[in-house]
Design a protein around this ligand. Structure first.
Ligand SMILES: *Cc1c(COP(=O)(O)O)cnc(C)c1O
Length: 427
């Protein structure tokens, strides 16, 4: 099994050297517990796998997966760059010490004001449409400003329809067959177009779609190079590398994946005489997913027409199971080696029938008061959490070799009132 699960000598779930039950005891629950060492390992494994075959290589962490400041600071300290999709993410990245040359902006359907704001911060933009190009040229001085375009490589893949970002149904990128024209247009406007970007989807464990996307993106880049004479400084193949969520899924063999894709990339570079542009990749999920566990407490065990294990968190805390029908492995952190005795539903505390973390899940004899660990909660976990049902957002704790530090306080009820104004006539 390729899931990241460790058990300590008390038969409890171990998180980066800390006992999951101690974390809940000290910091309460539900709580997102982050393992610092695991993030560093994931980054280094990813970076080294590719850079050893192609040293002109950079990793841009797609931070929408997890914008916790400590998480981003850890990656910053490793030398990682960051890919952002909103001005807010650029703002956070700048605050944390990422210099503008370490930040990419890959927004879509953004306003003139946002375009200008991101430009003024000195960040490189992956422009998503002719509309954005024209609007950018009106709000900034294009002279010599380096830009890149997101193209649609006509390949899409992902763990769910909502996460597929290439192909004819996708809202992202400029069309493959208009690329040369658009790059020429950018040059005419005075911009310095030096990059090309594509991103085909998320949660991909099959190497095939990546290879197709690299091929088609390089064919587009090669054609643009031939048609317009643009020398690309970078080609960016986006993110999307998946992680195993179920015990049956196998992790991608990253080394093999890197070596195959880099040789294909190099073939294409020489086919089109493109020199040696830097290769960018934008992993989000891969770097953070398995470094975070959502710890929840069982507050009721109920035998109805089915058996429900009721916990003190819901899709307001972790949306993926309800939103994408995603599987998250669940362990009883209080008795890790207890035998599986039943198949039960694990239900949240939100008032909706769809609020389930799992259906018919093999689990041991879970009791009220037990702590459950919901694994792989590091990507699109906290960042998609909400205040639905007027529940405060949970705390986040960082564990570094057994040392636990609170890195985000749980919200209070007063936080739920924050920013709201009752008009005078209702007072
Ligand atoms: C979301 C996103 C990524 C990261 O996707 P993962 O599946 O988390 O690796 C990378 N690039 C862009 C442009 C994205 O929108």
């Amino acid at each position: 099994m390729d899931l990241n699960i460790k058990t300590n000598d008390k038969d409890h779930l171990d998180i980066g050297g800390a006992d999951a039950l101690d974390l809940v005891e000290e910091f309460g629950s539900p709580i997102y517990a982050i393992d610092e060492v695991r993030i560093r390992e994931n980054y280094n494994k990813f970076y080294n796998s590719f850079s050893k075959y192609y040293p002109d290589f950079k990793v841009f962490y797609a931070c929408k997966a997890n914008t916790n400041l400590a998480v981003m600071k850890i990656l910053e300290s490793e030398g990682c760059c960051v890919d952002t999709v909103s001005p807010g993410e650029v703002y956070i990245s700048r605050k944390l010490g990422f210099s503008p040359d370490r930040i990419l902006f890959t927004g879509n359907n953004i306003t003139d004001e946002e375009l200008k704001m991101v430009h003024d911060m000195g960040v490189i933009l992956n422009i998503d449409s002719v509309s954005a190009l024209n609007r950018l040229s009106e709000v900034v001085n294009p002279k010599g400003f380096k830009i890149s375009f997101r193209v649609n490589p006509m390949v899409g893949a992902g763990h769910h329809e909502h996460t597929i970002t290439g192909g004819v149904m996708s809202k992202f990128g400029i069309m493959d067959n208009e690329a040369s024209e658009v790059y020429a247009m950018a040059k005419d406007l005075g911009f310095d177009p030096i990059g090309m970007h594509s991103h085909i989807g998320s949660g991909i464990l099959d190497p095939e779609p990546f290879k197709l996307a690299i091929g088609s993106t390089m064919d587009i880049a090669g054609k643009v190079h031939e048609d317009t004479g643009i020398d690309f400084e970078f080609v960016d193949f986006g993110g999307g590398v998946g992680v195993p969520y179920t015990p049956e899924e196998k992790a991608l063999d990253l080394d093999h994946f890197a070596s195959e894709n880099i040789s294909f990339f190099k073939e294409k570079l020489s086919e089109y005489n493109m020199g040696k542009p830097t290769m960018y990749l934008e992993p989000g999920r891969y770097l953070v997913a398995d470094a975070v566990t959502l710890l929840v407490k069982v507050n009721s065990v109920k035998q109805s027409y089915r058996k429900f294990i009721g916990v003190n968190a819901g899709f307001n805390t972790l949306l993926r199971p309800s939103m994408y029908d995603s599987y998250h492995h669940i362990v009883d952190a209080s008795k890790m080696s207890a035998p599986i005795t039943q198949e039960v539903d694990v239900a949240g505390n939100v008032c909706e029938s769809g609020d389930l973390f799992a259906r018919d899940r093999p689990l041991p004899d879970v009791e009220e008061g037990d702590v459950l660990g919901i694994l792989n909660a590091g990507a699109y976990g906290f960042t998609m959490a909400s205040n639905y049902n007027s529940r405060p957002l949970p705390a986040e704790v960082l564990v570094n070799n057994g040392e636990a530090t609170l890195v985000r306080k749980a919200q209070t009820f007063d936080d739920l009132l924050e920013g709201q104004i009752i008009p005078e006539h209702l007072e």
